[in-house]
Ligand binder design. Structure first.
Ligand code: ASP
Length: 343
Protein backbone atom coordinates (compact mmCIF):
# COMPACT_ATOMS: atom_id res chain seq x y z
CA UNK A 1 0.00 0.00 0.00
CA UNK A 2 1.38 3.47 -0.83
CA UNK A 3 2.04 5.94 1.97
CA UNK A 4 -0.58 8.31 0.53
CA UNK A 5 -3.23 5.59 0.50
CA UNK A 6 -2.30 4.59 4.06
CA UNK A 7 -2.79 8.18 5.20
CA UNK A 8 -6.12 8.50 3.45
CA UNK A 9 -7.39 5.20 4.86
CA UNK A 10 -6.24 6.14 8.34
CA UNK A 11 -8.44 9.23 8.30
CA UNK A 12 -11.62 7.73 6.81
CA UNK A 13 -14.30 6.16 9.03
CA UNK A 14 -14.55 2.38 8.78
CA UNK A 15 -18.05 2.37 7.25
CA UNK A 16 -16.92 4.71 4.46
CA UNK A 17 -13.94 2.55 3.63
CA UNK A 18 -16.26 -0.43 3.39
CA UNK A 19 -18.54 1.41 0.96
CA UNK A 20 -15.69 2.59 -1.22
CA UNK A 21 -14.11 -0.86 -1.21
CA UNK A 22 -17.36 -2.32 -2.50
CA UNK A 23 -17.90 0.44 -5.06
CA UNK A 24 -14.36 0.05 -6.29
CA UNK A 25 -15.06 -3.60 -7.11
CA UNK A 26 -17.76 -2.73 -9.70
CA UNK A 27 -15.52 -2.90 -12.73
CA UNK A 28 -13.78 -6.12 -11.70
CA UNK A 29 -14.40 -9.54 -13.22
CA UNK A 30 -17.13 -11.61 -11.56
CA UNK A 31 -14.83 -13.83 -9.48
CA UNK A 32 -12.92 -10.84 -8.10
CA UNK A 33 -16.18 -9.05 -7.26
CA UNK A 34 -17.46 -11.88 -5.12
CA UNK A 35 -14.11 -12.09 -3.33
CA UNK A 36 -14.16 -8.34 -2.70
CA UNK A 37 -17.58 -8.65 -1.07
CA UNK A 38 -16.29 -11.50 1.02
CA UNK A 39 -13.24 -10.18 2.75
CA UNK A 40 -13.23 -11.21 6.38
CA UNK A 41 -11.00 -10.96 9.45
CA UNK A 42 -11.51 -13.08 12.56
CA UNK A 43 -9.50 -12.67 15.77
CA UNK A 44 -9.30 -14.43 19.13
CA UNK A 45 -7.90 -13.42 22.49
CA UNK A 46 -7.68 -16.87 24.04
CA UNK A 47 -10.02 -19.63 25.16
CA UNK A 48 -10.27 -20.43 28.86
CA UNK A 49 -11.82 -19.46 32.13
CA UNK A 50 -13.01 -15.85 31.94
CA UNK A 51 -14.84 -15.92 35.29
CA UNK A 52 -11.78 -14.59 37.17
CA UNK A 53 -11.53 -11.43 35.04
CA UNK A 54 -13.09 -8.20 36.36
CA UNK A 55 -15.47 -6.18 34.15
CA UNK A 56 -12.70 -3.57 33.81
CA UNK A 57 -10.21 -6.18 32.60
CA UNK A 58 -12.72 -7.50 30.09
CA UNK A 59 -13.48 -3.96 28.88
CA UNK A 60 -9.75 -3.31 28.41
CA UNK A 61 -9.33 -6.52 26.40
CA UNK A 62 -12.36 -5.65 24.27
CA UNK A 63 -11.00 -2.16 23.58
CA UNK A 64 -7.61 -3.55 22.57
CA UNK A 65 -9.20 -6.13 20.32
CA UNK A 66 -11.42 -3.50 18.67
CA UNK A 67 -8.43 -1.25 17.92
CA UNK A 68 -6.45 -4.16 16.52
CA UNK A 69 -9.32 -5.37 14.34
CA UNK A 70 -9.94 -1.88 12.98
CA UNK A 71 -6.33 -1.79 11.83
CA UNK A 72 -6.58 -5.24 10.22
CA UNK A 73 -9.84 -4.26 8.57
CA UNK A 74 -8.24 -1.17 7.02
CA UNK A 75 -5.56 -3.34 5.43
CA UNK A 76 -8.18 -5.60 3.84
CA UNK A 77 -10.53 -2.76 2.84
CA UNK A 78 -7.63 -1.03 1.10
CA UNK A 79 -7.03 -4.14 -1.00
CA UNK A 80 -4.10 -5.33 1.14
CA UNK A 81 -3.00 -8.92 1.65
CA UNK A 82 -4.47 -11.19 4.30
CA UNK A 83 -0.92 -11.82 5.51
CA UNK A 84 -0.45 -8.11 6.22
CA UNK A 85 -3.85 -7.87 7.92
CA UNK A 86 -2.95 -10.81 10.19
CA UNK A 87 0.44 -9.36 11.13
CA UNK A 88 -0.91 -5.82 11.66
CA UNK A 89 -3.74 -7.01 13.91
CA UNK A 90 -1.53 -9.30 15.98
CA UNK A 91 1.17 -6.65 16.50
CA UNK A 92 -1.40 -4.37 18.12
CA UNK A 93 -2.66 -7.19 20.33
CA UNK A 94 0.94 -7.99 21.33
CA UNK A 95 1.69 -4.33 22.13
CA UNK A 96 -1.50 -3.86 24.16
CA UNK A 97 -0.24 -5.91 27.11
CA UNK A 98 -3.83 -7.14 27.59
CA UNK A 99 -3.26 -10.68 26.35
CA UNK A 100 -0.87 -13.56 26.90
CA UNK A 101 1.24 -12.43 23.93
CA UNK A 102 3.99 -9.89 23.32
CA UNK A 103 4.13 -7.39 26.18
CA UNK A 104 1.51 -9.31 28.20
CA UNK A 105 3.13 -12.77 27.92
CA UNK A 106 2.79 -15.00 30.99
CA UNK A 107 5.91 -15.75 33.00
CA UNK A 108 7.46 -19.19 32.95
CA UNK A 109 8.37 -20.93 36.22
CA UNK A 110 11.65 -18.97 36.00
CA UNK A 111 9.74 -15.67 36.14
CA UNK A 112 10.35 -14.42 32.59
CA UNK A 113 8.13 -14.75 29.51
CA UNK A 114 9.15 -17.02 26.64
CA UNK A 115 7.14 -16.13 23.57
CA UNK A 116 6.02 -18.21 20.57
CA UNK A 117 4.41 -17.12 17.28
CA UNK A 118 3.69 -18.34 13.78
CA UNK A 119 2.32 -16.96 10.54
CA UNK A 120 1.26 -18.81 7.39
CA UNK A 121 0.31 -17.76 3.88
CA UNK A 122 -2.53 -19.88 2.47
CA UNK A 123 -1.68 -19.02 -1.13
CA UNK A 124 1.92 -20.28 -1.15
CA UNK A 125 1.99 -22.43 2.02
CA UNK A 126 4.99 -20.38 3.11
CA UNK A 127 5.24 -20.24 6.87
CA UNK A 128 7.47 -18.78 9.55
CA UNK A 129 7.63 -19.25 13.31
CA UNK A 130 9.66 -18.45 16.41
CA UNK A 131 9.61 -20.12 19.81
CA UNK A 132 10.95 -19.43 23.30
CA UNK A 133 12.12 -15.91 22.50
CA UNK A 134 12.64 -13.66 25.53
CA UNK A 135 13.60 -10.28 24.10
CA UNK A 136 11.29 -9.78 21.13
CA UNK A 137 8.43 -7.26 21.43
CA UNK A 138 6.58 -8.54 18.35
CA UNK A 139 7.21 -12.25 17.80
CA UNK A 140 4.65 -12.31 14.97
CA UNK A 141 6.80 -9.95 12.89
CA UNK A 142 9.91 -12.02 13.62
CA UNK A 143 7.97 -15.10 12.49
CA UNK A 144 7.21 -13.29 9.26
CA UNK A 145 10.91 -12.44 8.81
CA UNK A 146 11.77 -16.11 9.32
CA UNK A 147 9.26 -16.92 6.57
CA UNK A 148 10.53 -14.30 4.15
CA UNK A 149 14.26 -14.04 4.86
CA UNK A 150 15.40 -17.55 5.75
CA UNK A 151 15.15 -20.99 4.16
CA UNK A 152 13.67 -22.26 7.47
CA UNK A 153 10.24 -22.39 9.08
CA UNK A 154 11.00 -22.30 12.81
CA UNK A 155 13.77 -20.60 14.77
CA UNK A 156 14.00 -20.87 18.55
CA UNK A 157 15.61 -19.10 21.51
CA UNK A 158 19.02 -17.49 21.15
CA UNK A 159 19.26 -18.33 17.44
CA UNK A 160 15.97 -16.58 16.74
CA UNK A 161 17.15 -13.51 18.67
CA UNK A 162 20.47 -13.47 16.80
CA UNK A 163 18.55 -13.59 13.55
CA UNK A 164 16.31 -10.74 14.78
CA UNK A 165 19.36 -8.55 15.42
CA UNK A 166 20.75 -9.38 12.01
CA UNK A 167 17.50 -8.04 10.55
CA UNK A 168 17.67 -4.80 12.54
CA UNK A 169 15.01 -5.86 15.06
CA UNK A 170 15.78 -4.24 18.43
CA UNK A 171 16.00 -6.65 21.36
CA UNK A 172 13.99 -5.32 24.29
CA UNK A 173 15.02 -5.53 27.94
CA UNK A 174 13.26 -8.22 30.01
CA UNK A 175 11.69 -5.30 31.96
CA UNK A 176 9.63 -4.52 28.88
CA UNK A 177 7.45 -7.48 29.89
CA UNK A 178 7.14 -6.51 33.56
CA UNK A 179 3.64 -6.04 34.93
CA UNK A 180 2.83 -5.58 38.59
CA UNK A 181 -0.24 -7.82 38.72
CA UNK A 182 1.21 -10.64 36.61
CA UNK A 183 4.32 -10.58 38.80
CA UNK A 184 2.15 -10.79 41.91
CA UNK A 185 0.26 -13.75 40.43
CA UNK A 186 3.53 -15.41 39.58
CA UNK A 187 4.85 -15.02 43.11
CA UNK A 188 1.62 -16.31 44.66
CA UNK A 189 1.70 -19.27 42.35
CA UNK A 190 5.32 -19.99 43.16
CA UNK A 191 4.62 -19.85 46.89
CA UNK A 192 1.63 -22.18 46.48
CA UNK A 193 3.63 -24.63 44.37
CA UNK A 194 6.43 -24.70 46.90
CA UNK A 195 3.96 -25.37 49.70
CA UNK A 196 2.21 -28.28 47.99
CA UNK A 197 5.19 -29.44 45.92
CA UNK A 198 2.63 -29.80 43.14
CA UNK A 199 3.76 -30.41 39.58
CA UNK A 200 1.42 -27.68 38.30
CA UNK A 201 -0.48 -30.15 36.16
CA UNK A 202 -3.74 -29.67 38.03
CA UNK A 203 -3.82 -25.90 37.63
CA UNK A 204 -6.96 -24.20 36.37
CA UNK A 205 -6.19 -23.31 32.75
CA UNK A 206 -6.17 -19.58 32.05
CA UNK A 207 -5.47 -18.47 28.51
CA UNK A 208 -4.94 -15.25 26.61
CA UNK A 209 -3.18 -16.26 23.41
CA UNK A 210 -4.04 -14.15 20.37
CA UNK A 211 -4.71 -15.32 16.83
CA UNK A 212 -6.05 -13.94 13.58
CA UNK A 213 -7.26 -15.48 10.33
CA UNK A 214 -8.12 -13.41 7.28
CA UNK A 215 -9.44 -13.71 3.74
CA UNK A 216 -8.48 -10.84 1.43
CA UNK A 217 -10.11 -9.42 -1.67
CA UNK A 218 -7.97 -11.65 -3.89
CA UNK A 219 -9.32 -14.74 -2.15
CA UNK A 220 -6.15 -15.54 -0.21
CA UNK A 221 -6.22 -16.91 3.30
CA UNK A 222 -3.65 -16.34 6.06
CA UNK A 223 -3.35 -17.29 9.71
CA UNK A 224 -1.22 -16.16 12.64
CA UNK A 225 -0.96 -16.91 16.35
CA UNK A 226 1.13 -15.32 19.11
CA UNK A 227 1.43 -16.41 22.74
CA UNK A 228 3.35 -16.48 25.98
CA UNK A 229 2.19 -20.09 26.26
CA UNK A 230 0.46 -21.68 29.20
CA UNK A 231 0.64 -20.25 32.69
CA UNK A 232 3.40 -21.71 34.89
CA UNK A 233 5.00 -23.53 31.95
CA UNK A 234 8.47 -25.00 32.31
CA UNK A 235 11.29 -22.97 30.78
CA UNK A 236 11.89 -24.28 27.26
CA UNK A 237 8.37 -25.63 26.88
CA UNK A 238 6.95 -24.91 23.41
CA UNK A 239 3.22 -25.10 22.75
CA UNK A 240 1.10 -25.56 19.65
CA UNK A 241 0.97 -21.92 18.51
CA UNK A 242 4.30 -21.84 16.61
CA UNK A 243 3.93 -25.39 15.29
CA UNK A 244 2.56 -25.28 11.77
CA UNK A 245 -0.43 -27.62 11.57
CA UNK A 246 -1.00 -27.74 15.33
CA UNK A 247 -1.92 -24.21 16.43
CA UNK A 248 -1.61 -22.35 13.14
CA UNK A 249 -2.37 -23.34 9.56
CA UNK A 250 -3.54 -21.75 6.29
CA UNK A 251 -4.17 -23.28 2.90
CA UNK A 252 -6.28 -21.65 0.18
CA UNK A 253 -7.53 -25.12 -0.78
CA UNK A 254 -9.18 -25.69 2.58
CA UNK A 255 -9.04 -23.20 5.43
CA UNK A 256 -7.11 -21.00 7.83
CA UNK A 257 -7.03 -21.81 11.55
CA UNK A 258 -5.61 -20.24 14.70
CA UNK A 259 -5.98 -22.28 17.88
CA UNK A 260 -5.87 -21.57 21.58
CA UNK A 261 -5.95 -23.83 24.61
CA UNK A 262 -3.67 -26.29 26.34
CA UNK A 263 -1.20 -26.72 23.52
CA UNK A 264 -0.14 -30.28 24.30
CA UNK A 265 -3.57 -31.53 23.15
CA UNK A 266 -3.40 -29.43 20.00
CA UNK A 267 0.06 -30.78 19.21
CA UNK A 268 -0.90 -34.42 19.77
CA UNK A 269 -4.00 -34.03 17.61
CA UNK A 270 -2.40 -31.75 14.98
CA UNK A 271 -5.62 -29.81 15.35
CA UNK A 272 -5.31 -27.02 12.78
CA UNK A 273 -4.11 -29.27 9.96
CA UNK A 274 -6.64 -31.96 10.88
CA UNK A 275 -9.57 -29.55 10.59
CA UNK A 276 -8.32 -28.28 7.22
CA UNK A 277 -7.68 -31.84 5.97
CA UNK A 278 -11.25 -32.81 6.84
CA UNK A 279 -12.52 -29.82 4.84
CA UNK A 280 -10.31 -30.76 1.89
CA UNK A 281 -10.71 -34.53 1.76
CA UNK A 282 -14.05 -35.25 3.44
CA UNK A 283 -15.73 -32.25 1.83
CA UNK A 284 -17.45 -31.39 5.10
CA UNK A 285 -18.06 -27.78 6.09
CA UNK A 286 -15.49 -25.96 8.20
CA UNK A 287 -18.05 -25.72 11.00
CA UNK A 288 -18.61 -29.49 10.92
CA UNK A 289 -14.90 -30.31 10.82
CA UNK A 290 -14.11 -27.95 13.70
CA UNK A 291 -17.05 -29.23 15.75
CA UNK A 292 -15.89 -32.82 15.36
CA UNK A 293 -12.34 -32.00 16.42
CA UNK A 294 -12.89 -29.42 19.18
CA UNK A 295 -16.23 -30.41 20.66
CA UNK A 296 -15.92 -34.20 20.30
CA UNK A 297 -12.38 -35.51 19.97
CA UNK A 298 -10.69 -32.96 22.25
CA UNK A 299 -13.49 -33.12 24.80
CA UNK A 300 -13.11 -36.91 24.98
CA UNK A 301 -9.44 -36.37 25.79
CA UNK A 302 -10.21 -33.53 28.27
CA UNK A 303 -8.30 -31.16 26.02
CA UNK A 304 -9.47 -27.60 26.66
CA UNK A 305 -9.44 -24.86 24.05
CA UNK A 306 -10.88 -23.59 20.81
CA UNK A 307 -10.19 -22.32 17.32
CA UNK A 308 -11.11 -19.57 14.93
CA UNK A 309 -11.30 -20.57 11.28
CA UNK A 310 -12.12 -19.24 7.86
CA UNK A 311 -12.59 -21.06 4.58
CA UNK A 312 -11.95 -19.64 1.13
CA UNK A 313 -15.64 -18.75 0.74
CA UNK A 314 -15.50 -16.59 3.83
CA UNK A 315 -17.37 -19.02 6.11
CA UNK A 316 -16.38 -18.41 9.71
CA UNK A 317 -16.03 -21.00 12.50
CA UNK A 318 -15.41 -20.09 16.16
CA UNK A 319 -15.61 -23.16 18.41
CA UNK A 320 -14.44 -23.65 21.97
CA UNK A 321 -15.05 -26.15 24.74
CA UNK A 322 -14.10 -23.80 27.62
CA UNK A 323 -16.33 -21.34 29.46
CA UNK A 324 -15.21 -18.52 27.19
CA UNK A 325 -13.13 -17.46 24.21
CA UNK A 326 -12.76 -13.82 23.29
CA UNK A 327 -13.39 -13.65 19.57
CA UNK A 328 -14.22 -11.00 17.03
CA UNK A 329 -15.36 -10.91 13.43
CA UNK A 330 -15.34 -8.09 10.89
CA UNK A 331 -16.53 -8.45 7.31
CA UNK A 332 -16.55 -5.95 4.48
CA UNK A 333 -19.44 -3.95 6.02
CA UNK A 334 -17.01 -2.87 8.74
CA UNK A 335 -19.14 -3.97 11.71
CA UNK A 336 -16.98 -5.48 14.40
CA UNK A 337 -18.65 -7.97 16.74
CA UNK A 338 -16.78 -9.28 19.76
CA UNK A 339 -18.08 -12.02 22.07
CA UNK A 340 -16.71 -14.05 24.95
CA UNK A 341 -19.25 -16.61 26.18
CA UNK A 342 -21.02 -19.41 24.34
CA UNK A 343 -24.16 -18.00 22.70
N1 ASP B 1 -2.05 -22.77 23.04
C1 ASP B 1 -1.14 -22.00 23.84
C2 ASP B 1 0.00 -22.89 24.28
O1 ASP B 1 -0.25 -24.01 24.67
C3 ASP B 1 -1.78 -21.39 25.05
C4 ASP B 1 -3.11 -20.76 24.86
O2 ASP B 1 -3.70 -20.77 23.81
O3 ASP B 1 -3.58 -20.17 25.82
O4 ASP B 1 1.10 -22.44 24.30
Amino acid sequence: MTRALTLILASVPIALIATSAMTASKGLPQDKQSNARNFVLVAHGGAGDYSHLTPEQIAARRAAMTTAMEAGYKVLAGGGRSLDAVETTIRILEDSGQFDAGRGGYYTRDGVPELDAAIMDGQTLNAGAVAAVKRIANPISLARLVMEKTPHVLLVGAGAEQFAESQGVRLVSPYYFFDESRWKNYQERRAAEEKTKSSGLSAQPVHGTVGVVALDQSGNLAAGTSTGGTNWKMPGRVGDSPLIGSGTYANNESCAISATGTGEFFIRNVVAADICARVKYLHVSLEQAATDVIMKELVEQHGDGGIIGLDRHGNVAMLFNTNGMMRGVVKSDGNITIKIRQE
